[in-house]
Design a protein. Structure first.
Length: 278
């Protein structure tokens, strides 16, 4: 009989936030797969849990994932933990969960600490609808492109950011999203927990004089702009002009033809004949 994967959230700062259920599972499983074994061993030692640890992280998931699956299929019960919070949120835990589903292995997800939920509720911004973005791309160009893509998102945005990229991200946000309300959250559940509730420009000004420290969660007000209806600008174009317009906006010829055929309810070969010479 196959074993079970237990997805176990761990405290994001305050050790009192671990649940009795998580402690019981960590004591009962055969193996604990940890994002950083050096970090997790401190947690286990604090609660006097003596279990075998193995590493499972972003850089070894492709090789380690199948090994863990084999162990589960052999009947070994495994607990999956990240350094802090819920495994699977912006970490490779999601890949192991997917592998288990593919192999018909039982999964039990335990409730517990999750940083972005705490930040969202504490931000004071609308929480009934939100969009979780996680970490933006490290590359400035790609980061700006993603912000442009979500510019008209009406839901509250949740973004993770590291201290050494915070200033650049805030600058791009103000440039692309405008000077919206924002809550900058850091050191959550710890002694020096901090919420800065303001707007993007004021937060930017603050960090011009103060060095960012710690990992950040940015809760950003959703857009109140009306999304431009691009279809209106295409209505007066014939099929050839429509394809050209889409190609100018960055689509490949092939994708532009598919888009025009779909929007105009035409066969692709009809649109293709209109742009043979392009």
């Amino acid at each position: 009989m196959a074993g079970k994967l237990y997805v176990c959230p761990t405290p994001i700062g305050n050790l009192e936030d671990i649940t009795y259920r998580t402690l019981r599972v960590l004591n009962e499983v055969d193996l604990i797969a940890a994002e950083d074994t050096r970090h997790t061993i401190k947690l286990l030692n604090h609660f006097e849990i003596n279990k075998t640890l193995t590493s499972y992280h972003e850089h070894n998931k492709l090789t380690k994932g199948p090994i863990l699956i084999d162990k589960l299929l052999e009947g070994i019960n495994i607990a999956l933990v990240s350094d802090a919070g819920m495994p699977g949120i912006s970490d490779p835990g999601q890949d192991l969960v997917a592998l288990c589903i593919d192999h018909g292995i039982d999964i039990e997800v335990l409730p517990g600490a999750s940083a972005f939920v705490i930040a969202l509720v504490g931000s004071g911004l609308p929480s009934w609808k939100f969009a979780f973005e996680g970490f933006l791309d490290r590359d400035k160009k790609s980061k700006k492109k993603r912000l442009e893509e979500i510019r008209y998102e009406e839901r509250t945005l949740i973004i993770y950011e590291s201290p050494h990229r915070l200033k650049e991200s805030l600058k791009l946000m103000e440039e692309v999203l405008g000077d919206r309300k924002i809550a900058v959250c850091r050191e959550l559940t710890k002694k020096h927990e901090e919420y800065m509730r303001s707007n993007i420009s004021q937060v930017r000004a603050y960090y011009e004089d103060n060095d960012p420290r710690g990992e950040y969660i940015l809760i950003v007000e959703g857009s109140n702009e009306t999304r431009p209806d691009k279809k209106d600008s295409y209505d007066g174009l014939d099929e050839r002009a429509y394809v050209i317009k889409l190609m100018e906006e960055g689509l490949s010829k092939k994708d532009a033809i598919k888009r025009v055929a779909r929007d105009r309810k035409l066969k692709k070969d009809i649109v293709y004949k209109e742009v043979l010479d392009l």
